[in-house]
Design a protein around this ligand. Structure first.
Ligand SMILES: [Zn+2]
Length: 142
């Protein structure tokens, strides 16, 4: 299945550690694990805190807002992305702190800028799951 932006939407492969995260994306919610001991927001989802080693981690609902921390324009796609280029691969710094690797969609990749505010969107895989991606924040349809 392909998104309206032309990127393929390959289904994720949830593990025991990420099943809750992926179940939430299918509902249109971005969840992040946060350490109950030291409040570190953890990425990628895992069941212990990489900062303090605590195993008491709870899910919080992210705002879905962030900024482009860095990005590159892929001129040649690989695997399922073979025919999708050019497209933007970015690290988005979430309001909650983590920097997550993602795609920024719905824009000419050449028009993106570091520091640009973005918000999460979810692309349905057609298989009961969804991928998180980001697009320019603002616009008239929020
Ligand atoms: Zn911790």
């Amino acid at each position: 299945m392909r998104s309206e932006a032309g990127l393929p939407v390959p289904a994720p492969s949830p593990t025991a550690e990420t099943a809750e995260f992926w179940a939430a994306t299918a509902r249109g919610t971005l969840l992040l694990p946060r350490c109950d001991e030291c409040s570190t927001v953890i990425w990628y989802p895992r069941v212990f805190c990489p900062a303090c080693g605590s195993q008491t981690v709870s899910w919080i609902e992210a705002s879905g807002r962030g900024i482009i921390y860095s990005f590159t324009v892929a001129r040649r796609g690989m695997g399922p992305y073979k025919d999708a280029a050019p497209y933007a691969v970015a690290y988005v710094e979430l309001e909650e702190g983590p920097r997550i690797m993602t795609n920024v969609v719905d824009d000419d990749p050449g028009s993106l800028e570091v520091g640009m505010p973005v918000q999460v969107v979810f692309h349905d895989t057609g298989e009961g799951s969804a991928l998180y991606r980001f697009r320019r924040a603002g616009g008239g349809d929020r």
